[in-house]
Design a protein around this ligand. Structure first.
Ligand SMILES: Nc1ncnc2c1ncn2[C@@H]1O[C@H](COP(=O)(O)OP(=O)(O)O)[C@@H](O)[C@H]1O
Ligand SMILES: Cc1cn([C@H]2C[C@H](O)[C@@H](COP(=O)(O)O)O2)c(=O)[nH]c1=O
Length: 216
């Protein structure tokens, strides 16, 4: 019985790495798959893992139709045994419905990978639809730590190290330093308090701040 499986977790927990590992394992013994992604931080039509693994992938644009694509492949004599879908949080509700139809009516295993919620802790529409339809939702076992040492569970968007709570839901970026807009995975408590590592360092320093008595 084919399955639609949603592998999820916060940013930087190993999703793209696992997607590439799964494709490698599944492609053994002659099984043929298709690998999809959407707005990977490294560019169009590529899956990149922070571990350095990369692979070409089919880019899922807003108008892409999974059902039509797979039917086209099969009716033209191509073999498709499974599909891997990375950055699935960026897929539309309709595209996730197509993935469920592929699993049910074509009996192909569909493995989706993506984050659940955005920087405001709101579910992406595609992630919500995957939770509603998936046979299984699996949280990846490893993941980044919050600056405090607790397990990182919620993705914060930062500008110059300070958390922001307004802006577009979709802004492609990374947890590594570099771009103006960054992401930082925090524990829920520190996400709720908007306490990033930068802010913690500034406000929780054990050393007395160098107050200038003239400014008091
Ligand atoms: N040099 C490294 N050695 C070992 N693990 C690493 C290294 N760099 C990154 N990682 C791990 O790789 C994972 C990030 O992989 P990636 O597939 O890019 O995550 P995601 O797709 O979830 O953002 C994290 O678990 C991180 O700890
Ligand atoms: C929280 C959040 C993230 N994004 C973007 C940032 C990245 O490009 C991807 C997640 O990639 P990863 O492989 O899981 O690191 O999603 C976004 O657009 N909006 C957000 O709120």
């Amino acid at each position: 019985m084919a399955e639609l499986v949603f592998h999820t977790g916060p940013m930087d927990c190993g999703k793209s790495t696992m997607a590439l590992q799964l494709d490698y394992i599944q492609s053994a013994h002659g099984r043929k798959g298709r690998v999809f992604t959407s707005q990977d931080r490294s560019g169009t039509g590529v899956i990149t893992s922070r571990l350095g693994l990369t692979a070409s992938a089919l880019e899922v644009e807003p108008e892409f139709d999974f059902w039509r694509y797979i039917i086209g492949e099969l009716t033209s004599g191509q073999r498709v045994d499974y599909i891997v879908c990375d950055e699935a949080q960026f897929y539309s509700v309709e595209q996730v419905d197509q993935l469920a139809r592929i699993a049910d009516e074509l009996q192909l295993d569909v493995y989706a990978f993506g984050i659940l919620a955005d920087f405001r802790t709101r579910l992406f529409p595609g992630s919500q639809r995957l939770i509603e339809l998936a046979d299984r939702v699996e949280t990846l076992p490893l993941g980044p730590l919050c600056w405090c040492g607790a397990r990182g569970t919620h993705n914060a968007r930062t500008v110059d190290g300070l958390m922001v709570t307004e802006g577009s839901q979709v802004v492609v970026g990374d947890t590594a330093s570099g771009g103006e807009v960054r992401y930082e995975v925090l524990c829920r408590a520190h996400h709720r308090r908007r306490m990033t590592a930068t802010r913690a360092k500034a406000t929780l320093s054990p050393d007395p701040l160098p107050f200038d008595p003239e400014n008091f």
